[in-house]
Design a protein around this ligand. Structure first.
Ligand SMILES: Cc1cc2nc3c(=O)[nH]c(=O)nc-3n(C[C@H](O)[C@H](O)[C@H](O)COP(=O)(O)O)c2cc1C
Length: 217
């Protein structure tokens, strides 16, 4: 089947695109409003974009009521936010925080999570999260009346000791398992991993490496 975006309704575009470009990581974002109240909500139009500058990218839509979401409102007013990655420790909290809370009620009280100070910004991170990225706004681009793109520059990274190997100064892959958003209400955990280095031209030409030589599990 072939589809042309301009012939699809906004709803169908969302349904097809979000079901096809999967899995997406989930950013459980903490922000702070002008009064100092912290807010937490999940966003899966999210990914890492580059390392120099260190940028993450996020896509925001409006609430069903047509108002903009508390997270982007807070990002616009303070210019700061924390991306907390989601693993089994905080998956239940993430689901609670995705409900449509009024802007003067903090999801954090209901979600059973704790906040800890960040190193570089005055927005707190989620203590139970395996990884938190402290970000300041690099650029906000309003794409339409309903959609905004936020580029965030990562200023600091907090890594939980349980997933960090001090000897190698690297993540312990078996200990880090962030949730994957699929589509609608569907999610997945990372499956079995495999290792495969990028082949050299010599391996392809001289040793006959073929596309059918798939990695064994
Ligand atoms: C896993 C998951 C991913 C989501 N991703 C997005 C997203 O990328 N963009 C968006 O605007 N809303 C997304 N939402 C919806 C928001 O989390 C939801 O509207 C939330 O109530 C916003 O809270 P806030 O008003 O406190 O910012 C997602 C929800 C879930 C459960």
């Amino acid at each position: 089947m072939d589809l042309t975006i301009s012939e699809l309704s906004q709803y169908d575009r969302y349904k097809f695109l979000s079901a096809l470009v999967i899995p997406r990581p989930v950013a459980f974002i903490t922000t702070r409003n002008k009064e100092g109240l912290h807010n937490a909500a999940p966003f899966s139009f999210f990914n890492l974009f580059s390392e120099d500058p260190a940028l993450v990218v996020l896509g925001f839509s409006h609430k069903p009521t047509g108002q903009s979401k508390d997270t982007i409102n807070n990002i616009r007013s303070t210019g700061k936010f924390v991306v907390n990655m989601v693993d089994k420790n905080i998956i239940g909290a993430m689901h609670i925080a995705s409900a449509n809370f009024p802007d003067d009620v903090s999801e954090i009280d209901f979600a059973g999570i704790d906040l800890s100070p960040s190193q570089h910004i005055d927005v707190k991170r989620i203590t139970q999260s395996p990884v938190s990225l402290e970000c300041k706004v690099f650029e906000i681009k309003d794409l339409s009346e309903r959609r905004a793109l936020v580029l965030g520059e990562v200023l600091g990274i907090h890594i939980d000791d349980r997933i960090f190997d001090p000897a190698t100064r690297r993540i312990i892959p078996e200990e880090y398992s962030p949730i994957a958003r699929l589509f609608g209400n569907e999610y997945a955990w990372l499956g079995k991993r495999y290792t495969k280095k990028i082949p050299t031209l010599d391996e392809i030409k001289e040793h006959g490496l073929k596309a059918g030589d798939v990695p064994s599990d």
